[in-house]
Design a protein around this ligand. Structure first.
Ligand code: SF4
Length: 311
């Protein structure tokens, strides 16, 4: 590998690889994804785009149009493939929820940080080399000044806004990655140790402000972030790249039924006759679409260092 070629690990790839290496193989090595829209993912992107516009000062209608755009692109063309509409995840329910969000946070208690380039720190892309051929990349939803400190904010949706969900914030590699990147790239005089989870409950009918929204801090010490960096390098080197080199992607049978429904790749993983590496999935169930994290980062203004080639 030449020195300028860098592989990206972003939260999506990292989460896929950690939950199951075979899942990572299907989604990111073979670029196979289900045709049927994955509603939690699409709903989450629509909400992020709405909130990005909101914090840039867009009106209610203009912010909601961002959700509608994602819906029109990702859901409308496949509506024949879907059973009934998800009552928790659709444009009407998001509009109702977002109106409540604006009531709940009519006056924000924080200021959005202004970056050295003069732009407000809303949807801030980052690219952080970990080794000469591996970089961490992603988008930080907001960087704020709050209670005399710089903090990060991550918008998160959940069906279960409860203590069990809150306990999942630490360890949580996505949050650690954001805090590591913010510290290494901004180099603040005092370390940034807190990320505020901007929790939004996904529910079909609940309209109680106190039940639908919360802001929950999670913290990491500088020492924890050093350890996280070491873990990420080791995971990618000795698991993901080792699997790629050996051509063998182990299944994690503990994950297959952990989602509300069976894993989307279950029929591929239980194929009887053909070696999974030679399997051609049914075009009526799956399509080929590459996940390219850099495109979204570049749409948010990321400039790669000179001479860097993403592989
Ligand atoms: S069905 Fe199970 S083994 Fe296969 S990709 Fe999904 S989680 Fe992994």
């Amino acid at each position: 590998m030449n020195q300028n070629q860098i592989e990206i690990v972003d939260p999506t790839r990292l989460r896929a690889s950690l939950q199951c290496l075979r899942y990572y193989y299907w989604e990111h090595e073979r670029n196979i994804i289900p045709i049927k829209p994955r509603m939690p993912l699409i709903h989450g992107i629509g909400i992020h785009d709405t909130l990005e516009a909101h914090y840039h000062g867009a009106s209610l209608g203009a912010a909601l149009q961002k959700y509608d755009k994602i819906w029109d692109e990702e859901v409308v063309p496949y509506q024949n493939e879907m059973s009934d509409e998800d009552p928790k995840r659709n444009p009407r329910r998001w509009a109702e929820t977002f109106i409540l969000y604006r009531q709940r946070y009519k006056i924000e208690p924080f200021e959005v940080l202004i970056l050295p380039n003069g732009k407000p720190a809303i949807e801030v892309p980052f690219f952080l080399p970990l080794t000469k051929d591996l970089a961490l990349a992603g988008i930080i939803d907001l960087i704020i000044k709050y209670l005399g400190q710089i903090m990060l904010v991550d918008h998160k949706t959940t069906s279960y806004l409860n203590q069990k969900w809150i306990r999942s914030f630490n360890p949580n590699h996505q949050f650690s990655a954001y805090l590591l990147a913010a510290n290494e790239l901004l180099k603040p005089t005092r370390p940034i140790t807190t990320l505020l989870v901007n929790a939004i409950k996904v529910h079909a009918t609940d309209n109680r402000l106190e039940a639908m929204f919360d802001r929950i801090p999670t913290t990491r010490t500088p020492n924890q972030l050093i350890q996280f960096k070491e873990e990420m390098i080791a995971w990618w080197t000795y698991s993901v790249r080792a699997a790629r080199k050996s051509g063998s992607w182990p299944r994690n049978d503990d994950r297959c039924e952990r989602w509300p429904e069976s894993c989307v790749y279950k029929d591929l993983c239980t194929e009887l006759e053909v070696d999974y590496r030679k399997l051609i999935p049914s075009p009526t169930i799956y399509k080929i679409k590459q996940w390219n994290p850099i495109v979204r980062l570049q749409e948010h203004g990321l400039q790669l260092p000179d001479g860097v080639v993403i592989i």
